[in-house]
Design a protein around this ligand. Structure first.
Ligand code: ACO
Ligand code: ZN
Length: 174
């Protein structure tokens, strides 16, 4: 059980004056609900231990949005990877957006934007030089969202998804 005080420290932002939603750090208890949102909204599904490992390793940037009834309606999760920098051979820490999804009835209310802005701030503590992600070339909505945050298309990853669709590799350099 989390105490009220703990809950307070986890809450990043209430979306509107009616406190219709809140953004907070994911807990172990939330994982089943997170997986439910993922499986309903995205064809890229992962086993439980995959979520659990990310929660164990990078908990600060694993965020959920809950509605006023306490139901999880969105999540975002990141991991940190060491990889060559985009403009030099130096190895740098990159924040890799693993997955974000907002349940259908809760979209276009700014939830994804709040998840992104708060999690990007949180993961910066790993001395991040770049934020990176892949997105389906057909996923106009998500591409618009990332462009709004200044991500740029770096390249195309051919045949990236299981069904053969290409991905845009998008980058935001700090
Ligand atoms: N049409 C055009 N642009 C859109 C739309 C849309 N239907 N929805 C969002 N956007 C863009 C706009 O630029 C919007 O800014 P604006 O409202 O000021 O115009 C911006 O995204 C932010 O909108 P939010 O309300 O913050 O986004 P939302 O909470 O609706 O979530 C998301 C966006 C996550 C893409 C949602 O549509 C979703 O869950 N889609 C299915 C899952 C998915 O595609 N996830 C991304 C996969 S890639 C990955 O995970 C790395
Ligand atoms: Zn990826």
């Amino acid at each position: 059980m989390t105490t009220n005080k703990e809950r307070e420290t986890k809450i990043f932002n209430a979306i509107n004056n009616e406190q219709e939603f809140l953004i907070r750090i994911c807990t172990l208890d939330d994982l089943d609900a997170v997986i439910e949102v993922n499986e309903r909204e995205l064809p890229e599904d992962y086993p439980y231990f995959f979520y659990k490992n990310i929660l164990d390793d990078f908990p600060e940037s694993f965020l959920v949005a809950e509605n006023k009834h306490g139901k999880i309606v969105a999540y975002i999760m990141w991991r940190v990877e060491k990889a060559p920098s985009i403009n030099s051979l130096k190895y740098v820490n990159k924040a890799h957006l693993v997955s974000i999804a907002v349940a259908e009835g809760y979209r276009r209310k700014g939830i994804a934007s709040l998840l992104l802005s708060n999690s990007m701030k949180a993961i910066k503590k790993y001395n991040i030089h770049e934020y990176v992600l892949e997105v389906r070339v057909s996923n106009y909505t998500a591409i618009r969202l990332y462009e709004k945050f200044d991500y740029k298309i770096d390249s195309i990853k051919k045949n990236y998804y299981r069904d053969g669709e290409n991905a845009y590799f998008m980058i935001l350099t700090i």
